[in-house]
Design a protein around this ligand. Structure first.
Ligand code: PGA
Length: 260
């Protein structure tokens, strides 16, 4: 394994999206807590739950090696923003992570990169780690603009943050055409974009180059190990497969196989 890759911890984060209810969550969270205990030091795991279940995640994952977080936060600190959840509120419930700029937020809630950048800053200010999602549509890939699209999305965030703040983010490359479709990017396609993003991070500062860059989009137990073995793929952001504890934990295990 290349030396550079071995230095970085692998990270496998579940993104439950708008799934789960109290009873089924309890079973899943308990399995994740138990599974996290079997992972070695080189792998960290966590789940980003719907905001109403933060307290449940805190109760059932607190004291375990698994972290938890939210799938979005407000760009505001507090105020008259009906329905929004502030980063500080998630932090009150022990959250570690806040996904920002997921393609579903960008597509269905018109979130643009400048807003995503403010959300990343708000997360950091509240002591959360923003997981900054970038990714191109199939049309953009087909017309050759993948790097331009993901580069512009990441650049907005890097411009908003100091170098020191930028060392504290996580980036997730999620090609829109691979999310929930069962059609993952090939390892070569993913590695190529990850290397591009890594170079862009490096241009912000040497330490920024080592932030985790996760791959997301139809990661399954069957394809995880090969994806995570790539030089610039530091783990995954897992949607559908994070709802099944066996699959999610098998993906965590695959990260471990790639990290030892
Ligand atoms: P998927 O979703 O694993 O179901 O493709 C990934 C994501 O949207 O984060």
């Amino acid at each position: 394994m290349p030396k550079e890759q071995a230095k970085r911890t692998k990270l496998v984060i579940g993104n439950w999206k708008m799934h789960g209810r109290l009873v089924e969550n309890a079973v899943l969270l308990q399995a994740v807590a138990a599974g996290a205990a079997t992972l070695q030091k080189g792998v960290r795991t966590g789940v980003c739950v719907p905001a109403p279940y933060l307290a449940q995640a805190q109760a059932l994952l607190g004291g375990s090696l698994a972290a938890w977080g939210v799938q979005d936060i407000s760009a505001h600190v507090q105020g008259a923003y009906t329905g929004e959840v502030a980063a500080g509120m998630a932090a009150d419930f022990g959250a570690t992570f806040a996904v920002v700029g997921h393609s579903e937020r960008r597509a269905y809630h018109c979130e643009h990169s400048d807003l995503v950048a403010v959300k990343a800053l708000r997360a950091l200010e509240a002591g959360l780690t923003p997981i900054v999602c970038v990714g191109e549509t199939l049309e953009q890939r087909d017309n050759g603009s993948t790097e331009q699209v993901v580069g512009t999305q990441l650049e907005a965030v890097l411009l908003m943050l100091s170098e020191e703040q930028a060392t504290k983010i996580v980036v997730a490359y999620e090609p829109v055409w691979a999310i929930g479709t069962g059609k993952s990017a090939t390892t070569e396609q993913a590695q190529q974009v990850h290397a591009f993003l890594r170079a862009q991070l490096a241009s912000k500062g040497a330490a920024v180059a080592n932030v985790p860059v996760l791959y997301g989009g139809s990661v399954k137990p069957e394809n995880a190990e090969e994806l995570f073995a790539q030089q610039d793929i530091d783990g995954g952001l897992i949607g559908g497969a994070s709802l099944k504890s066996n699959d999610f934990l098998a993906i965590c295990q695959a990260a471990q196989n790639g990290s030892v």
